[in-house]
Design a protein around this ligand. Structure first.
Ligand SMILES: Nc1ncnc2c1ncn2[C@@H]1O[C@H](COP(=O)(O)OP(=O)(O)O)[C@@H](O)[C@H]1O
Ligand SMILES: [Mg+2]
Length: 633
């Protein structure tokens, strides 16, 4: 690898396809996924996916010369168009239907523009049908827009409701339609004339099926605002895309790119007819890893193999896990997440003066910041669909990442009134089940199924009523301060640290049992030792506890046990009373956390929380009392 350090030269690209493509990254760094092939082959016309999952990337890639054998046209409605489209109504037509006429009009215009341009590439005489299209475009230039690739949204409502000149197709004056009754019917008639003109153009040029025109409709989120008119805008689009297939045959194909939250919120009669056209973008970890390497290569050079990237540039492991898998587990498995995360790792490393390689500490610092971004992005992503999302986060702040249904119920009950007051329109969703469903669907919570935790993916199997263990997605844990399973925090060790420093300085000396230390001290430590073993035994037996919690608590109790066993050898001597009291305090905190979060499997006298409280009380008593009052039962 070259002279300037790899870390500095590395660039994972921009996080949206539009700017990314300007950098050329979608040429060399594009990963051809199953979703991409399904679109290219024409098997699917509806591409659905979350924000940042790579919808626009497919669009941009298809628009590159060579990726598709025919022509392509990209249609992206902007804000102003959106406003006009939403407000458009035609008397005599239902909302969805009016909107579908608008989309058909836009499609027909783009097809006409394409045909006129494309005919020039065919040798021989231009067919009369294409000439007609050319004069139609010319006559209506003002309505359609100046640029060759104008979307046609600008004046479309004016066009359809009367101003469009159809003389090029032999239809003389507006008077011709006077007999047709409603505004809607007149618009439909005009559109038919235009579509027929376009169909003839395609037929005469005869490009299909070897070359089809692909119309790519993207960025609909720009004009969607969750209201009825927006929904009808999207439904109209779906209907229009269907219509196109029958109107132009294989000469023209429409591919729509839709955000999943938008698509899933639609309800309309013909919804089920689109199931077989749907394609949900879903990334596997290995595809994402491959994408990362491609991008790294395209900035540094082909010599940067996966092996070198994950050992020479990045640390091999982070928190004991393979780095790539650590990073992936902290994202929602979307390319945008990963690109942002990796760029942040690199940025942090450079900021810390680590130009040779990225250190584990850089990755950890980047993880924290990335987590904060993602929490904010989640709110942003669902601002329209679930405006209350941000208000649910406090339910998860500074606690364990593992939560039972009981614990959630308790927390929801505490905040339900406030939530209902603030979001009266959402009262039906702001129940325990509604909240769980929503948080699961957006990928915030995962659910325990069998031996694993399932986070929302494709296909989405909803949370079942009997499922009652939930995990906060690792992506959001840092930002919410919920990085341990039970949220109990670590036992603060004092003894072992002091012994360890003596071991390294070689000054440890063994104090024989019963030697210089007071008998009371040994008695206290012995009691604590027995208490710890009793807790460990209890944990091993209680099968109600979730595994993560079990492991976490056992590890902490083992540390206390370790401290206790080493205490007699500490130099300077440790204060046994303090060790025992601190351990007792820790047991009490654990007990109340377990109770509060409903983590404790069996609620009876046999529960771990009960045992911990008892032991805690006895330990405190034994410190307070003399050797006579043992405090042990
Ligand atoms: N198949 C892919 N190969 C390479 N990069 C991709 C691919 N899919 C997405 N990306 C990149 O991921 C980022 C997010 O994708 P984008 O298409 O903007 O998401 P969306 O439009 O779904 O919100 C962009 O930087 C894009 O270039
Ligand atoms: Mg996009």
């Amino acid at each position: 690898m070259g002279e300037t350090s790899v870390v500095v030269r590395l660039h994972f690209g921009r996080d949206d396809a539009e700017r990314d493509s300007a950098d050329g990254l979608l040429r060399e760094g594009f990963k051809e996924t199953a979703a991409y092939s399904a679109v290219v082959s024409g098997r699917k016309m509806l591409v659905i996916g979350r924000k940042g999952v790579g919808k626009s990337a497919i669009c941009v890639r298809l628009a590159f010369a060579g990726a598709h054998s025919g022509g392509t046209a990209l249609i992206t409605p902007d804000d102003t168009a959106g406003e006009e489209i939403r407000q458009f109504e035609l008397t005599g037509l239902a909302g969805d239907h009016a909107k579908s006429l608008m989309w058909r009009y836009v499609f027909a215009l783009r097809a006409a523009q394409y045909l006129v341009r494309h005919a020039a590439e065919h040798r021989g005489r231009t067919p009369a049908s294409v000439k007609a299209l050319r004069s139609f475009l010319k006559a209506n230039q003002e309505l359609i827009g100046e640029a060759q690739d104008a979307n046609g949204f600008q004046q479309w409502s004016r066009g359809l409701s009367g101003s469009l000149s159809l003389e090029a197709f032999g239809v003389k004056a507006a008077a011709d339609f006077a007999r047709t009754s409603t505004e809607g019917a007149r618009a439909a008639y005009r559109l038919k004339v235009l579509e027929e003109g376009v169909r003839l153009g395609f037929a005469d040029l005869g490009c299909a099926p070897a070359h089809t025109l692909l119309l790519l409709v993207d960025q609909l989120e720009q004009v969607w605002s969750g209201d009825l008119a927006s929904n009808s805008l999207i439904i109209g689009l779906l209907l229009a895309a269907r219509h196109v297939a029958s109107q132009y045959g294989s000469a023209l194909r429409c591919v729509l790119f839709l955000r999943s939250d938008i698509y899933d919120s639609l309800t309309f009669g013909e919804g089920d007819k689109f199931r077989s056209d749907e394609l949900r973008i879903d990334w596997t970890e290995s595809d994402l890893e491959d994408l990362v390497v491609r991008r790294a290569k395209s900035s540094v050079g082909p010599e940067l193999t996966a092996q070198r990237l994950w050992s020479e540039v990045f640390p091999r492991t982070v928190r004991g896990r393979r780095t790539a898998s650590y990073l992936l587990s902290h994202t929602l498995l979307r390319p945008r997440d990963l690109i942002q995360y990796l760029n942040e790792c690199q940025f942090t490393a450079i900021g810390n003066g680590h130009h040779d390689r990225i250190h584990e500490s850089d990755v950890l610092a980047a993880t924290r910041r990335f987590s904060e971004w993602k929490l904010k992005d989640l709110v942003q992503e669902y601002l329209v669909a679930h405006p209350f999302l941000e208000r649910l986060f406090p339910l998860f702040q500074n606690s364990g990442y593992l939560m039972t249904r009981a614990a959630l119920r308790h927390r929801v009950e505490l905040t339900q009134d406030t939530l209902h007051r603030e979001f009266p329109a959402y009262a039906v969703v702001l129940t325990l089940d509604g909240i769980i469903t929503t948080l699961y669907e957006v990928g915030f919570l995962g659910v325990r199924r069998g031996n694993g935790i399932v986070y929302a993916g494709v296909p989405l199997l909803p949370v079942q009523p009997h499922e009652d263990e939930f995990h906060l997605h690792p992506c959001f844990r840092e930002a919410l301060g919920a990085t341990s399973a039970a949220g109990v925090g670590a036992y603060d060790r004092q003894v072992l640290d002091s012994i360890q420093s003596q071991v390294t300085s070689g000054s440890v000396h063994v104090v024989p049992q019963g030697g210089s230390r007071a008998a009371r001290g040994y008695m206290l430590l012995g009691r604590l030792e027995r208490a710890c073993r009793s807790v460990l035994g209890h944990i091993a037996r209680s099968d109600g506890l979730p595994d993560e919690v079990r492991t976490e608590i056992a590890a902490q109790v083992r540390r206390i046990l370790d401290d206790t066993e080493h205490a007699p050898y500490a130099d300077p001597p440790v204060d046994e009373d303090r060790i025992v009291l601190e351990a007792a305090g820790y047991f009490r905190t654990l007990a109340s956390r377990l109770r509060r979060d409903g983590l404790d499997g069996d609620d009876g006298a046999d529960s771990l929380a009960v045992r911990l409280s008892e032991l805690s009380t006895r330990l405190v008593r034994s410190v307070g009392g003399g050797p006579g009052s043992s405090g042990e039962s």
